[in-house]
Design a protein around this ligand. Structure first.
Ligand SMILES: C[S@@+](CC[C@H](N)C(=O)[O-])C[C@H]1O[C@@H](n2cnc3c(N)ncnc32)[C@H](O)[C@@H]1O
Length: 205
């Protein structure tokens, strides 16, 4: 087990999924962005670093049928499966893997990443992530990112993060992806702290 894997397994075994700073009862912004980018409910969607996020619940309720959730922490995926129940969980592909050591077996039309890419503070890790993103998507695919904004925290889950504006993230992904839309959000943690996020929607060229 790598230190990264150990860190995330420990987070999810020592805290309730509703007690982590990134918890949101409804992933409403993600859902709105996905519904707008992908009105066709048959398109393949992957939530990378999805953890125990409730996004998959919302996507199932919205009748999306080709859903994948990937996370390094199997414990987080198990929590989501239990919450969903056997029937709904059975309609989702669950992948327990480190994004930085994973070979995508197929391509997705929508790539969703809330608060995962920002943990990659080394250029070499970012390069691996971006190569994986390219291997997992086809031209015209949509990539939706939420990262801590320049005025957001400099750590998440005790780990340093790289903060981005939507423009700086778009610059990082150019020329493979072009900026489609951006938005700011203030997320409130379960204990009432404010976190400034940048939401960025990009399209593969
Ligand atoms: C801040 S949490 C966000 C979880 C989820 N996206 C959400 O919005 O609720 C970061 C997530 O990324 C996962 N993660 C971190 N590094 C990863 C990696 N290298 N590969 C796959 N998952 C990773 C963690 O296990 C954790 O679930």
């Amino acid at each position: 087990m790598t230190a990264r894997h150990e860190h995330w397994e420990e987070v999810y075994t020592t805290k309730a999924s509703t007690d982590v700073s990134w918890y949101q009862p409804n992933a409403s912004r993600s859902l709105a962005l996905i519904r707008s980018a992908a009105p066709d409910h048959t398109v393949p969607i992957i939530d990378v670093g999805g953890g125990a996020s409730t996004l998959v619940d919302g996507l199932l309720a919205s009748a999306y049928v080709d859903l994948t959730v990937l996370d390094i922490a199997e414990t987080a995926l198990d929590q989501a499966k239990v919450r969903l129940g056997e029937v709904h969980a059975g309609n989702v592909a669950w992948i327990a893997a480190d994004l930085l050591a994973w070979t995508p077996p197929r391509r997705w039309a929508v790539w969703h990443d809330r608060a995962v890419f920002h943990f990659l503070v080394e250029a070499s890790q970012q390069e691996v992530y971006l190569a994986t993103l390219m291997a997992a998507t086809a031209p015209w695919a949509i990539a939706i990112f939420a990262t801590f904004a320049p005025d957001g925290p400099d750590k998440c889950s005790g780990l340093p993060v790289q903060r981005y504006s939507s423009q700086s993230l778009a610059d990082r992904l150019w020329p493979s992806f072009r900026l489609i839309s951006s938005a700011s959000e203030h997320h409130t943690t379960p204990w009432g702290a404010d976190q400034s996020f940048a939401w960025t929607v990009l399209q593969r060229r």
